[in-house]
Design a protein around this ligand. Structure first.
Ligand code: ACO
Length: 271
């Protein structure tokens, strides 16, 4: 699509003093939204401002968007939480873990819930989210990739759930999708050793849908977006809803749910 036709919204999804810290760019082109972590010089390290920016994008995403691509500028998808959080000075305007430790525990839990909101919306049935992952996806970076429905990765990808090595737990919504993708034993192995998962293993254990050469990542994502947009929008939403609910339902319950969704589809198509 010609540049002129591309609808660009949002620019940097930041405002106020935290802008430079958030470093998240949003572009919307018709049914496709692209979110870019844009602090390549800091390997797209994430702060609370990043997560607020992501949450705001989720809240204001135009209704026509069907596919959301999440990518990182530069050599790494994201090197995880900004390590300044571990220093006494912290991230300007956003505090540090030392200051959080001195605050009421409930306050910090609430802050974590707000941060998680930046990740959770990526699973909405109305959209399909794709993480385009190259280089390092560490800690919060790994969890951001896990927050997406699909992961297309470059052959230099290295996933690492580093939190336990730093005395923390992964708390940005990553534990459930990790277990669901790779199983409990493998998730324990990956998290409790904080080891690196490279492209071949990521593909083998179901973390990645596709591995491509680094230079082909954008093209591979474009191909997937085209495929996803080729199906009926309302059927896609209903089908994602069904698939998401499948694990928690019995076969009988799932069959009932299929019937309900299909009756609604038939009504919409032929009623
Ligand atoms: N937070 C803040 N700054 C970072 C981070 C980070 N997480 N990661 C990298 N940077 C900065 C570096 O300080 C450096 O800045 P400088 O140029 O001003 O010195 C710049 O990004 C480039 O980093 P390098 O280390 O030089 O890049 P390299 O490609 O050699 O290594 C790597 C990349 C492996 C990602 C390395 O930077 C690294 O290990 N980063 C820390 C990863 C980490 O422990 N993250 C926390 C995980 S836990 C969690 O997310 C909750």
């Amino acid at each position: 699509m010609a540049e002129a036709q591309a609808q660009q919204r949002g620019g940097y999804a930041d405002d106020g003093p935290a802008s430079a810290e958030g470093g998240v760019r949003l572009e919307v082109d018709g049914e496709i939204a692209t979110i870019t972590l844009a602090r390549p010089d800091k390997r797209n390290a994430q702060t609370f401002a990043t997560w607020s920016a992501l949450a705001r994008i989720g809240e204001s995403l135009p209704e026509q968007v069907r596919v959301v691509v999440v990518k990182g500028e530069g050599p790494s998808f994201s090197a995880g939480i900004d390590l300044r959080m571990f220093t006494p000075e912290g991230v300007p305007g956003q505090g540090s873990f030392s200051s959080a430790a001195k605050s009421d525990g409930a306050d910090f839990e609430q802050r974590i819930r707000q941060a998680q909101a930046g990740f959770l919306w990526l699973r909405r049935p109305e959209i399909v989210s794709i993480a385009a992952v190259q280089g390092h996806a560490i800690g919060a970076g790994f969890q951001l990739a896990l927050a997406c429905d699909l992961r297309i990765v470059a052959d230099d990808v290295s996933f690492c759930m580093k939190e336990p090595a730093l005395g923390l737990v992964p708390d940005l919504t990553g534990t459930k999708p990790l277990v669901e993708l790779v199983g409990l034993a493998k998730a324990i192995d990956i998290c409790l050793t904080a080891r690196t998962v490279h492209a071949d293993e990521a593909m083998r254990i179901g973390l990645a849908e596709r591995v491509v050469a680094g230079g082909d990542l954008d093209q591979a994502v474009r191909e997937k977006v085209t495929q996803l947009l080729s199906t009926n929008r309302d059927a896609a939403v209903a089908t994602k809803r069904l698939l998401q609910g499948a694990r928690a339902r019995t076969l009988e319950e799932q069959s009932v749910a299929e019937g309900i969704e299909q009756a609604a589809r038939i009504k919409a198509l032929f009623g």
